[in-house]
Design a protein around this ligand. Structure first.
Ligand SMILES: *[C@@H]1O[C@H](CO)[C@@H](O)[C@H](O)[C@H]1NC(C)=O
Ligand SMILES: *[C@@H]1O[C@H](CO)[C@@H](O)[C@H](O)[C@H]1NC(C)=O
Ligand SMILES: *[C@@H]1O[C@H](CO)[C@@H](O)[C@H](O)[C@H]1NC(C)=O
Length: 481
């Protein structure tokens, strides 16, 4: 999907179009963000703020100077030390002096041309760590040499990229082609099995066009995993050889598999699945909530509804700042809608929101992750959300340990043709194991493509070599039950 895209419709589109939607089309790297910043912040008096736009940042009450250094150290003008992380290529969050700041990186789009101004942000949100005293701010990277005024520095070094055109001329679903690919996969290797899913093929042209209406996404060089220390490795050696939160001494702590349908909302389903499982763990299964995904599609300003988003900003930040509600109060529709008040089926307004206490990337920041830290986090605290690259063969997965052999990818017009190489599907890791015969290690992962897909809605994927980037951006959250 878009980068956070995850929808099973991709199986159809992938054969016919270069379909790459985006979260936001900004394409900012760690190096773009690292450095010195000036945040111009409004008066810190608002309660939970839904809107931070150009109007709301027209007056500056506080100016915060920040140095964002490797790997995740933030320092302000008073010498306070905090931390920061980029969120994929979309923006960044800073926690310092008991306040949190988050903003998306600035970009402009004219037709297919997208220019990212990574030295500037859109108006963003700030509040203290208790969730009070909200303000809006805009950030600009400071270049001490040039001594330019805040507004002058604005966007002097934009990076432009072109959104991929959509090739939708031929939309009929070619069942034969898909069947051929399935046969090929099953002939070429035996570690995993592919199958043809007829129920994923019942799509009409409008579905496809709607899906293809997303914005162009960017190529991101994912951070590679960081090597684990000896101390961490020693802790990992004490973990069980296999583990599964669906069966811990006979007890299941994982909520049922759901189906995101045609909406690019995997990042919300994986977020809610994590919160649901961790509430079950924290309460010994006496609380078994199912949280609303549609409410996030309609109401979250930290993501783009059916056009994508990131678990860090949903299970983490949205859960922390706004809380989530019961699914029955705001049932899933699978398309973008207007944010409305939650009511239950008897017409009573739902008042209860459930909040996230802490959230962080495993490893402490985006780019600090590895298999060992994920194993420890998983066993100690519960399932973790991850993103990974979805290739076309993945959608036909039906069992075994998935891996993708890049050397067999097709080429078109001399260009490496794999429309989904850049997509980032968000899912929930619930366990791990080792294949008895081959000795191959794998993760056990909950998907959101319904129970009829894969292994009752789950899949296994190779573990230990950052397969499809799955060990590069794990998120951990602590819900308040
Ligand atoms: C995004 O930025 C990275 C790093 O600068 C670059 O390699 C990549 O090509 C960019 N993506 C697009 C679509 O321009
Ligand atoms: C957790 O729940 C199980 C199953 O209901 C029960 O047997 C066990 O005693 C509970 N544990 C605690 C610490 O209450
Ligand atoms: C709706 O909410 C009311 C008030 O909290 C509660 O009494 C009722 O059981 C709820 N109904 C359903 C179907 O959840």
């Amino acid at each position: 999907m878009k980068r956070s895209i995850c929808n099973w419709l991709t199986i159809v589109v992938l054969c016919f179009s270069v379909h790459v939607n985006a979260d936001t089309p900004a394409n900012c790297t760690y190096e773009d963000i690292r450095g010195e910043w000036e945040f111009h912040e409004t008066e810190r008096i608002a309660s939970r703020k839904e809107v931070c736009d150009d109007n709301s940042v027209s007056t500056t009450k506080h100016t915060v100077y920040l140095k964002l250094e490797f790997p995740n150290i933030a320092t302000d003008q008073h010498g306070n030390v905090g931390h920061w992380t980029i969120i994929y290529n979309q923006g960044f969050e800073v926690s310092i002096n008991y306040r949190k700041y988050f903003a998306f990186s600035l970009y402009k789009q004219v037709g297919k041309q997208v220019t990212s101004y990574c030295d500037s942000t859109f108006p963003g949100w700030s509040h203290d760590v208790l969730g009070n005293n909200w303000a809006c701010f805009k950030g600009r990277k400071v270049n001490r040499q040039q001594e330019k005024s805040f507004d002058e520095t604005m966007v002097n070094n934009g990076k432009t990229h072109t959104v991929q055109p959509f090739l939708l001329e031929s939309v009929p679903v070619n069942h034969n082609l898909i069947q051929m690919n399935v046969n090929k996969i099953n002939m070429k290797q035996s570690s995993w099995k592919a199958k043809f899913y007829p129920h994923l093929m019942n799509l009409n042209t409008e579905d496809l066009i709607r899906m293809a209406g997303g914005r162009g996404s960017a190529i991101v060089n994912r951070p590679s995993t960081v090597p684990a220390s000896e101390e961490i490795k020693e802790k990992v050696r004490q973990l069980p050889e296999s583990f599964d939160w669906r069966n811990v001494n006979g007890i299941n702590y994982v909520s049922p598999v759901r189906d995101q349908g045609k909406c690019g909302s995997c990042y919300i389903f994986s977020s809610m699945a994590q919160l649901e499982a961790r509430v079950r763990i924290a309460t010994n299964n006496s609380e078994q909530p199912i949280f609303s995904t549609q409410e996030v599609v309609d109401c979250s300003k930290y993501s783009q509804g059916c056009d994508g988003g990131f678990p860090y900003l949903i299970a983490g930040k949205y859960g922390r700042d706004y809380g989530v509600i019961a699914d029955e109060c705001y049932p899933y529709k699978g398309k973008n809608g207007k944010c409305s008040l939650p009511y239950n089926s008897t017409g009573t307004k739902c008042m209860k929101r459930s909040y996230t206490l802490h959230y962080h990337y495993v490893g402490g920041y985006y780019g600090g992750c590895n298999e060992e830290l994920m194993l420890l986090e998983l066993v100690k605290n519960g399932p973790i959300t991850v993103g990974f690259e979805v290739y076309d063969d993945f959608t036909s997965y039906s069992g075994g340990i998935y891996s993708h052999d890049k050397s067999k990818d097709q080429w078109r017009n001399g260009v490496h043709f794999n429309p989904f190489q850049l997509t980032n599907h968000a899912v929930l890791i619930v366990g791990y194991g080792v294949d008895k015969q081959s000795g191959e290690k794998y993760w056990i992962v909950k998907n959101s493509w319904g129970k009829d897909w894969g292994l009752d809605g789950y899949f296994w994927i190779k573990r230990g070599n950052d397969e499809c980037g799955i060990e590069s951006l794990a998120v951990s959250v602590t819900p308040i039950p």
